[in-house]
Design a protein around this ligand. Structure first.
Ligand code: 5RP
Length: 262
């Protein structure tokens, strides 16, 4: 069923729509996870069906895989694709260097593997996710289920002496049970409020036994596409140091908005 989109949804939609302009015939494309990425997958599916665009898509979660198949994208595994031309994904926060926090949707492990196996990563987002300093959004850390409490305690120890404003660590839940990722792991959310040195944080966390991957994406994103509720879309390229703005028409009626669940 189609529903009225909020200004934030409209912002996410126009960012997604602009991002698919960067996809060319024959590309192998990493498909992110989350509500913004879901718009992008739908827009890509539209190009596949209407223009005959030929691409292979590598999804970053079981949710995205199901949606990509539904909209007619040829879905392959990363091992089949080997290497990707482009990955398009959302983010929970981004800073002026285009460093990111990801994993709010619990998929940052596959997302990081896919993004780093790509020539380019484009992040699609609304303007509210831009921050001066990362860390207001809790940092997701995927951990092995075995001994997760010990891993939590060890992470607490390594946070001492680091440039953060909070040290609470919570186990992500799915109702009454711990959240389980596509890889069968748990997620600890680190409520740091400020991450003064994200590069150091990303390296230190991955040294802790039991940690599989943290949600900091450092020097991975090449472009950010920021959508606004009025149709303006800004594209910033960190490598070229450029920024451009266009305005997209917002379709009054579109089956791109049917059955939005993500
Ligand atoms: O990292 C992610 C999933 O692991 C998402 O990209 C991030 O949570 C943003 O989600 P949304 O587009 O729904 O705001």
């Amino acid at each position: 069923m189609s529903r009225e989109l909020s200004p934030i949804d409209k912002a996410k939609f126009v960012a997604a729509r602009r991002a698919v302009d960067f996809v060319e015939d024959g590309m192998r494309v990493g498909l992110g996870t989350g509500s913004t990425a879901a718009f992008m997958v739908r827009c890509l599916g539209e190009r596949v069906q209407q223009e005959g665009l030929r691409i292979r898509g590598v999804p970053t979660s079981s949710r995205t895989a199901a949606l990509a198949r539904e909209v007619g994208i040829d879905v392959v595994t990363l091992d089949e694709a080997r290497w990707l031309d482009l990955t398009i994904d959302g983010a929970d926060e981004f800073d002026g260097d285009l460093n990111l926090i990801k994993g709010g949707g619990g998929a940052h492990l596959q997302e990081k593997i896919v993004a780093t196996a790509s020539d380019q990563m484009i992040v699609i987002t609304d303007a509210a996710k831009e921050v001066e300093t990362l860390g207001a959004f809790p940092l997701p850390v995927e951990v092995i289920r075995f001994g997760w409490r010990a891993t939590q305690a060890l992470i607490g120890e390594v946070l001492v002496g680091m440039d953060v404003l909070g040290r609470d660590i919570t186990l992500r839940m799915n109702g009454d049970a711990p959240y389980v990722t596509d890889e069968g792991n748990h997620i600890l959310d680190l409520h740091l409020k400020r991450i003064g040195n994200p590069r150091q944080m990303a390296m230190v966390l991955n040294q802790v036994a039991g940690v599989v991957e943290n949600g900091l994406f450092i020097d991975i994103c090449d472009r950010v596409i920021v959508g606004h509720g009025d149709g303006r879309v800004e594209t910033r390229d960190i490598n070229e140091g450029t920024s451009e703005e266009v305005r997209l028409e917002f379709p009054e009626e579109s089956n791109l908005f049917n059955d939005l669940t993500d």
